[in-house]
Design a protein around this ligand. Sequence first.
Ligand SMILES: C[S@@+](CC[C@H](N)C(=O)[O-])C[C@H]1O[C@@H](n2cnc3c(N)ncnc32)[C@H](O)[C@@H]1O
Length: 451
Amino acid sequence: MATGISKKEQLSVDSLTAVMPHRDPHPLPYTNFFEFTYPNKISVAEILEPLPSSFLKVMRNGETKKITTVDDNSIILADNYFGLHKLLESGEKATLIYLDPPYNTGMDFQTRDLKHAYNDQISDTAYIEFMRRRLILMREILSDDGSIYLHIGHQMVAQLKIVMDEVFGIKNFRNIITRRKCSSKNFTKHQYANINDYVLFYSKTENYKWNKPGQKPSDEWISKEYTKVDAKGQYKLVPVHAPGTRHGQTGLEWRGMLPPPGKHWQYVPSKLDELDAAGDIHWSKNGNPRRKVYLTDDKKRPYTDYWEDFRDAHHQSIVISGYPTEKNYDMLKMIVGASSDPGDLVLDPFNGSGTTMHAACELGRRCVGIDQSFAAIEATLKRLRKGLSPMGDYVQKNNESLEKKNQDLFGFDKENLGVVHTSNTGYEISFIADAELLQAFKEEILELAAI
Ligand SMILES: C[S@@+](CC[C@H](N)C(=O)[O-])C[C@H]1O[C@@H](n2cnc3c(N)ncnc32)[C@H](O)[C@@H]1O
C-alpha cells in the first residue's frame, strides 16, 4: 500500500528524476483549468439573463393561481431551464441538489404501464451544453454550505466530470461514486457486462454540510472485522503507529522501542502508557504493541465511494412508482441525510417519479421537484399523495392494460386498474405548471392536479 509523506519531509535521492520542465521547447500548460469548446456555447451572463415565463399553481379542484414564489414541497411541470430560472428569480437557496438526468442512452423510456415517459436522444455536444446551462443555474441556486450529486451512466460520466469541474471548480470535487445498479445479467455483447452507474459529488464551497453517513454493520462484517473478545467485549487490533517521521514526542522511544522506520507513534508516550494500563494495548509474542478497538452499540460503517447496497428495484415485492429509471429510495434517504438538515430545501430538477422528494419529505426537509414529463408528474403525485405499489402489481396490470381499449387521450389509466397504492404517504404537495403548458394541455393538467 502506498503511504503519503508530509510536505515537510525530504525526498531521498531515489525519488529524483531526469525531467527538467524548463528546458522543454514546448512547455506543458501548467494550469488546472480546462473546458470543452463547441459551437453555440453561450456565456454565463447569457445563461443567467432572466427568462420571460409565468407559472400557475393548479389546485385539486381545477382552480389556478398565478405565483411569484414557489411553495415548499412543490412539483413543477416545466422544462427545468425555465423552472430553475423561476427558482433563481424567487431567491430560493437549496442546501442539496440531486439530479438524475437522462444518461444520453439514445433510447425512449416507457412507464411500467406502457405510457411514454421521456426521450433520451440528443447529440453529444447538444447534451453537454444542455447540461452545462442547467448546472450553471443550479450553482446559483445552491447555498454556500450546499452539495450537488449528479447521477449518471458510463455514457457521459467522463464528459460531465469536466463540465462539473468547469462549473463548480475542481477544488469542490468530492467524490466520483460507483453505484452498483443491478445484479449481473445474461449479457450477450462482446464486452464486459455493465452493472454500475456513477454519482459525481461536489460541494459549493469547502464549508459544506456533512452529517457523516454510515450504515449499521452486518453480523457477517462484524465477525470478520472484530475477531477477538476479552472481558470488555469484542474488539479488533490496529497499529499504534502512522506513516511519516516526526521529530517531536511521537518520534521518540516508547518502552525502549522507536517507531518503525518512516513512521511515528499515534499518541505521545504518556498516552500510550495510559492505554496500556487500561488494558487497551495488545502485545504480540514478538513484543509488538497494537491497540484494541472495541465494538460499540452505535458502531456505523462509513460509506465508501462504492455503493453496493442501493440497487434499483429487483424483486416483485419491492414497492415502486412504476416510472422507468426510478432510483433507489434508500440511497436517496442516505444522500438527503448526509448532506442536509431538517428544514433545508432539497431540489431535484430531473425529478422523474419523485424519489428525492419522497426521501426529503420523509426526513423533514422542504423539497421542490421539476419535470417536463406528464407521466413523471403523474407518478410523483400518486407516490407522494397516495403511496407506492409492489412491483408485482404492475406485471399483472400490464397484461390487463394491453387489452384495455378505453384509455384516455394521453394514455393514462383513469381507474388506476390493478395497481393498489399500499404505502400510505399522504404528503401535502403543491402542483405548479408552466402557464404556456397549461394553456396548451389544460384538460390533461387538470386531470393530473386532481390525483
Ligand atoms: C432518469 S429520469 C429521473 C428518475 C428519478 N431519479 C426517479 O427516481 O424517478 C430523468 C427525468 O428527467 C426528465 N427531464 C429530461 N429533460 C428535462 C428537462 N429539460 N426539464 C425537466 N425534466 C426533464 C425526464 O422527463 C425524466 O423524468
